[in-house]
Design a protein around this ligand. Structure first.
Ligand SMILES: C[S@@+](CC[C@H](N)C(=O)[O-])C[C@H]1O[C@@H](n2cnc3c(N)ncnc32)[C@H](O)[C@@H]1O
Ligand code: SF4
Ligand code: SF4
Length: 366
């Protein structure tokens, strides 16, 4: 473990100190987090996404899965088992069960959890939280380790339902309560995170997230915010609005060196949000993961990224974030500090120094 990781781990015992140091670090112009990744092709697989389905019960404005040019499909259980076994062989310890769809929609979702558990692989779930049956809850408690991240995007019914089209705010809260109660009853703790994008539609209520969702997470630092990007099934990117139009510099994308996305039909994409199946590197039904990972297509895309020709990769050419991950991190940490601090004057200073104007207005103590 690097000294930075060790230090961060230690500091996590003192959340406020940790946040101040991180905020200072991010504000002092240290650009390390956006540096070009090492051009190593060794097998990393730090993130593996298995798309059990690309079907979704919602159609959020930032995602618009309904416009995906791929047909809707569901991964067959035999394929899922084969993938899990292969991942186990190469030492993968955890996988995420989604790319662009809702993992709970798949009818065999409980089997997915069981099979991963039987092979010693942990599961990371990002979910809209709209579907949660008693059987789901039972499996979530029975097959650890599991981490859950609810994507919420709104702290009020109006905003939530505007962004998360087709979702019901009350249902989300009810389901979150159901899982919390079941965990308490069973004495099982599944780490829960709350995630949101920072959008023009919700910017004024980000500080409310702590009032509404704090009870579902271990600590308020488990509530985090990120900037949207242009990866969605629609060409109309109106979700950016007037806010956050800064774009990231064209640097090689770390995903090409650290992750793979296995689509429901066995094709491997280099990108975890490949709505239309544009960045296909191979097919696990025809080749091993290692062959694909070290294969010609991956090498070619990596080379284009490293040689400054990102725009020669059609999908990557149009991939932008509305602001840098550092900025999103800064906003997350500043909000967290404001939420922890009981000192009104301090909240005013933090808001002024670190938050964009529309969000500043919502901070108590202004
Ligand atoms: C595509 S969803 C799939 C999993 C699940 N359906 C969910 O909503 O969490 C994965 C994550 O991508 C986020 N997302 C959707 N559109 C996005 C965009 N344009 N930019 C950045 N993240 C986005 C969602 O909020 C969610 O947290
Ligand atoms: S963000 Fe998740 S819930 Fe929303 S449309 Fe995309 S896949 Fe579905
Ligand atoms: S589209 Fe390309 S640059 Fe963008 S996240 Fe995916 S792999 Fe990275």
């Amino acid at each position: 473990m690097s000294w930075k990781k060790k230090l961060e781990k230690r500091l996590q015992k003192y959340p406020i100190l940790h946040d101040w140091i991180m905020l200072a670090y991010l504000s002092l112009g240290n650009k390390k987090s956006e540096k070009v990744p090492e051009p190593t092709l060794k097998q990393v697989y730090s993130s593996v996404w298995i798309e059990n389905t690309n079907a979704c019960n919602l159609n959020c404005i930032t995602c618009d899965t309904k416009l995906s040019k791929r047909p809707v499909g569901y991964m067959k259980i035999e394929l899922y088992e084969k993938i899990i076994r292969e991942l186990k062989k190469i030492g993968v310890k955890k996988v995420a069960l989604h790319t662009v769809g809702e993992p709970f929609v798949h009818k065999e979702f409980n089997d997915h959890l069981r099979i991963a558990y039987e092979n010693g692989i942990g599961i990371v779930l990002s979910t809209n939280g709209q579907i949660l049956t008693e059987q789901h809850i039972e499996s979530l408690l029975k097959y650890p380790p599991i981490q859950i991240r609810y994507s919420v995007d709104g702290a009020t019914k109006e905003t939530y339902e505007k962004i998360r089209r087709g979702g019901k705010f009350e249902r989300l809260i009810k389901n979150m309560e159901k899982l919390s109660d079941a965990m308490e009853k069973a004495g099982v703790k599944i780490p829960v995170r709350i995630g949101s994008m920072i959008l023009e539609d919700n910017i004024e209520e980000l500080s409310m997230f702590y009032d509404v969702f704090r009870k579902f997470v271990r600590d308020s630092s488990y509530i985090d915010f990120k900037m949207p990007n242009t990866l969605s099934a629609t060409d109309a990117k109106d979700y950016f609005g007037d806010f956050g139009t800064t774009i990231t510099p064209r640097i090689p994308c770390g995903l090409l060196w650290s992750s793979i996305a296995i689509l429901y039909d066995g094709r491997i994409s280099a990108c975890c949000r490949d709505y239309h199946g544009e960045l296909i590197m191979g097919n696990i039904l025809e080749q091993s993961l290692s062959e694909i990972w070290n294969g010609k297509r991956y090498k070619e895309v990596r080379r284009k990224h490293l040689s400054g020709n990102v725009s020669d990769v059609p999908m990557c050419k149009n991939c932008f974030r509305s602001a840098s991950p550092r900025e999103a991190k800064k906003i997350s940490i500043a909000l967290h500090l404001v939420q922890k601090s009981k000192l009104r004057f301090l909240n005013r200073i933090i808001a002024k120094a670190f938050l964009p104007p529309p969000l500043r207005r919502t901070i108590k103590g202004k």
